[in-house]
Each structure stands twice: as C-alpha cells, then as structure tokens.
Design a protein. Structure first.
Length: 371
C-alpha cells in the first residue's frame, strides 16, 4: 500500500547536503555583512572557523588550516598545482572525482612520471602498489561510488613523498589519521551541510616544507599561490583569504560547527552517520532487489551511500522521479557517471527518523515502476 507518513526533511542530496536539524536563517543574523573581510571583525570570524575546525577535527597543532576559493575542487587544484613535480606521482581512483584528479595531473600539468591505479565502481584499487618515494593522490571517500578507504594503515610514517587526500565526503563523518595525511581538502557543503564555494586546505609540516623548497615550472594563478618570497603565506591560514569570501557562508559554517559541538563533537557526528547507514543496512538485508554498490562492508561509505537495484536504467529514473513527485526523497539518483542506481546521503545532518520514514516509500516506488 502507498505510505502516508513522509520524511520531515526529504533532502538526501550528496552535495550540497541537507542543513542541520533545527536550522534557521535567523541563526546567521550576527554575520558581519557589508563589512570588510580584512577588517578586524571579519578576519576574527574567519579565524574562528579555522580554529574551530582544528579543534573539532583534532588536527595536529603544527598543521595549517586555511579557507580557500572554489570549494573542495579549488583546494585540491591549489595543492596539485603548487606541490606536484619534484617526485613521481601515484594516483589511486575508483570513481569519477578521483579520476578527475588523475586527468588533471596527466593532461593539464602534463607530468610524465605518473602511475594510475584504478578500480571499478564499488571496489578499491590495490594500495599495496603505492611507491611512497612518490607523491600519492587519493580520495578518502568516493562520493559518487559509495566506497571509502577503511583506514590509513597502508600509509607508512617514513614516506618520502607527500600524501594528498581529497577528503570532502569523509571529514566530520569518519576518523581521519591526520599524521598519515600531508594535504587534505574538503568543503563546507558536505558533511555539515554548509554553503558552497569555499574550500578548506589542510597542510602538514612536510607539505609546508615542499612549498618552501620547490617552485613549480608552470605559471601560477594568484588564487593558487601559497608562498611569498619563498615562505609560506601564513596569512591564508590565519583568516586572510586569497579572495573575497562570503561572510554569510562563513557564519553558516560556524553555526554548523556549533551544532556539531552540541551533539558531542566528532564522535557524535560519526555516531549519527553510522546510525543512518545502519537503517539502510537492515533494509537491504530484508529486500533482495536492492544492493550496496560497495563490494564489501569494510569499504562501504557511511555518507554517500550508493545502491544498485534490480531495475532497468529507465525504471531507475522513473523511481527517482516518483520519489521526488511524492516529496518523499529529493536528489537520490546515482551520479551521472556511476552505474544506474540510487544514492542517499547519510551524513550527520540527516535525521535517522527521516530515513526510516523514507524506506516504505522506496519499497512502494520500486513496486510501482517494476510493473
């Protein structure tokens, strides 16, 4: 029978992700709008975002955290264009965004000593093939494939090259072993449901050393430059952004960080995300027509949870449209380059009760479109 109870918040997009429970625009009324971001007030609010990020994520004190342009993509491009070149590069990818980094390195930077290791959607490449004399590039969580790196045990402490990690769907939802990561990037629009256009760039002391001892042979646009006279431009990591940030978006991020604190910080965020995933796990166990795209449980993402279903591609599209028409679930179709299927965001800003209310609709919609 057609269900009658719908999710209170049917937003299941994997980016921008749904806002935190209880979110109201009124919470942003203290944003210093119409004021210079380089003035004392604006800079202090940006610095607070940096400091709170380091505190909540337990980032080592000697790491640098900066707010940079163009979301996670901008942060990753800054890292690739600024740091790569002096060593060989190993790129590991298993979904579309990881593949983009490999393409940029080979086709745009035109580096010659590059090795790529790929796996099909739902699987991970063999990280044992990594040569840590090289720089190693990977995503922590494949947003379009629903597959995550289970841990950082494969990364040695005595590596010679840098590890550069796109962690945008993992930060605030998974434990990140920071000492294994030399460069990490993420965006506000993912796990905490912030607003887009701003990226976060995290640098280890080893990454800073590379910046201060290596000058890329290619021209560097202004928004990529992280050094002045051969030294790290520390202003970027103390609240003085390269370009003009949105103080409204920054206030939105601070609101999300405050909410994260209220539910127990990082452990609370991870617990909520895992609980959301567990609801889907129980559903899949009892319904033979839906399957996790991730090959094994240990690599199954708890944020961008991807499924295949026993339907034709056209039927899958019809199912997604039907869920949206009924206001039961928005933006839950698989990414355009991924296998046909479904993708539901399960980060901490999603309420477990909304997933529980969604599932009868998912079952009903499946039965409707397969007729």
């Amino acid at each position: 029978m057609k269900p009658t109870v719908k999710p209170a918040m049917p937003n299941f997009s994997s980016g921008p992700c749904t806002k935190r429970p209880g979110y109201q625009l009124e919470n942003l009324k203290s944003a210093p709008l119409g004021r210079s971001h380089r003035g004392s007030l604006g800079k202090a609010r940006l610095k607070k975002s940096i400091d709170e990020t380091k505190r909540i994520l337990n980032i080592p004190v000697d790491y640098h955290v900066g707010i940079v342009p163009a979301s996670d993509t901008g942060a990753m491009e800054m890292a690739l264009w600024s740091l790569l070149g002096p060593r060989g590069v190993d790129v590991f990818y298993w979904e579309s965004f990881g593949k983009e980094w490999a393409t940029d390195i080979e086709k745009q930077l035109k580096l010659s000593n590059v090795r790529t290791f790929m796996a099909d959607y739902g699987k991970l490449p063999d990280f044992k093939q990594a040569d840590f004399k090289n720089d190693v590039i990977f995503t922590w969580n494949g947003t379009t494939g629903g597959v995550k790196v289970p841990n950082g045990d494969w990364i040695p402490d005595n590596r010679e090259g840098l590890t550069i990690c796109d962690a945008t769907s993992a930060v605030y939802a998974m434990e990140i072993p920071w000492k294994k990561i030399d460069v990490a990037t993420f965006s506000w629009q993912k796990v905490l449901g912030g607003e887009a256009a701003h990226g976060m760039l995290i640098l280890s002391p080893r990454a800073v050393q590379r910046l201060e001892t290596y000058t890329p042979p290619w021209p560097m646009p202004k928004i990529f430059r992280m050094t002045k006279k051969g030294q790290l431009n520390k202003d970027i990591f103390e609240g003085s952004t390269i370009n003009t940030p949105s103080m409204l978006c920054n206030e939105d991020y601070l609101d999300a960080l405050s909410w994260a604190d209220s539910i127990g910080g990082l452990p609370g965020l991870i617990e909520r995300s895992q609980a959301n995933l567990s609801v889907f796990e129980k559903f899949v166990e009892t319904h033979s027509w839906i399957h996790f795209l991730a090959e094994t449980k240990d690599i199954r993402s708890n944020t961008s949870v991807c499924f295949t279903v026993d339907l034709t591609p056209d039927q899958v599209k019809a199912l997604v449209k039907l869920l949206e028409k009924e206001n039961a679930a928005y933006d839950c179709g698989a990414y355009r380059d991924a296998p046909p299927g479904l993708r539901f965001w399960c980060g901490a800003t999603v309420e477990k009760a909304d997933i529980e209310k969604l599932l009868p609709w998912l079952e009903w919609a499946y039965e409707e479109v397969k007729k």
